[in-house]
Design a protein around this ligand. Sequence first.
Ligand code: C2O
Ligand code: CU
Length: 470
Amino acid sequence: MSLNRRLFLHSAAAAAALPGLRPLEALAANAPYELVAGVFKQRVRESGPETGVWGFNLQSPGPLLRFQQGEEATLQVRNRLPQATTVHWHGIRVPNEMDGVPNVTQVAIAPDTDFTYKFRLPDTGTYWYHPHQSSFEQVPRGLYGALIVEEARPVPVDREVIWVLSDFKLGPDNQPVEDFGKITDFGSGGRIGNVIAINGKAAGAQQKLELRPNERVRLRLINASSARLLLLDFAGHQPWVISYDGQGVPPRPLKAPLLLGGGQRTDLILDGSAGRGEFAVTDLRDKGTRLATIAYGGSPVRARVLGAPRAIAANRHPTLNLGKATRHYLAFEGGVLGMPAIGKVDGRTQDVKSIMEHHGLSWTMNYTAQHEHALMHEPLFQFRKGEHVIIKMVNRTEFEHPMHLHGHFFQVVAINNRPVKERFWRDTVVMAPRQDIDIALVADNVGEWMFHCHILDHAAGGMMGTVLVE
Ligand code: C2O
Ligand code: CU
């Protein structure tokens, strides 16, 4: 990928005036599903004016998309935004040309034009969709939604609840602060909102999840925030974890607060306990802000609390052979606290810092000649189809980065060079500051796939590359 192309990927489209939106056409059952990206008002904060948001089908989060495993989805995206867009189906192993990445897998959908995505749903689980064009602006304005692929034999529960977690950065007038694409956000923790939202409404004690005694609820959590990492505390209650990023894991009690980086999902099982009372779900990363209240009450659903939930039937994943895996290396540098001064660019020693600043970039991935891939050379890696690979990610920054690979699942096989015993399939993993994480995968989906930080300001600031599988 040329420098120009890369910069094009990162370019911030200026926010234009918001046009009005024509009313939605009705959706016919069984017809191709229509997603209309548009601009409208929605009640986010409890009081004060409604908020101008961007979303699909006049709602943020957009409509819940539910499919059966193996089903073919036809999704017609109509763009009624003031800027070009695309839709990416986060976590779904789609064919490359359906991945929704502008300038890599498709031409961005211009305002007032359409694009039809058509793909089979190979895996069950909790997924989500969001634009990949100017995502640092389009996602925090409200463009995202949940996509669920049901299991043939779902884990038995009484009810299912989905929390699409996000945040909005609102002024006192409840309107979004128009400060998208700030270089200071790109190089630091990202543009963090001041109103955490659950399903598009301000989080807080008033967000109630009611549980009857011994009732069993499946809670699907999706972190759709553009920058915020959540650390969810269910103190006083012990949920079961049944999946990460839509992939079933042997059910286990959640023993510590749950870290949910941007893009990540976790499915929990909550069992209502006997008696009455309430407990708070808080975000320990946000000074312990209460996001919701889980309230017990009502008549018992059954005589006693259920035992451990059944495991979700595994999706079809390749058998990793670490012994024959090829090894690759990916170093991350930059951010306001650590921009490299000098490095090799196009084989020549140059002042990386000023080049980066010139292009509005804040981060580098593998910038030194030693590791071959000089600044802004693309793709980062080229793999043969079916190649088993281990990528050592070295975070030389003072920031956390939820790293997401498209088109594949991977396993974390080592952290700081210590092998990880219990390994799960994931599509997004949080690298702690200064941490090394080795991920392993079988590169079995042909195409050029994005590999980027899901702090979307970081992705726009340079923490975004591609992996070519051919
Ligand atoms: Cu959820 Cu490349 O994105
Ligand atoms: Cu990052």
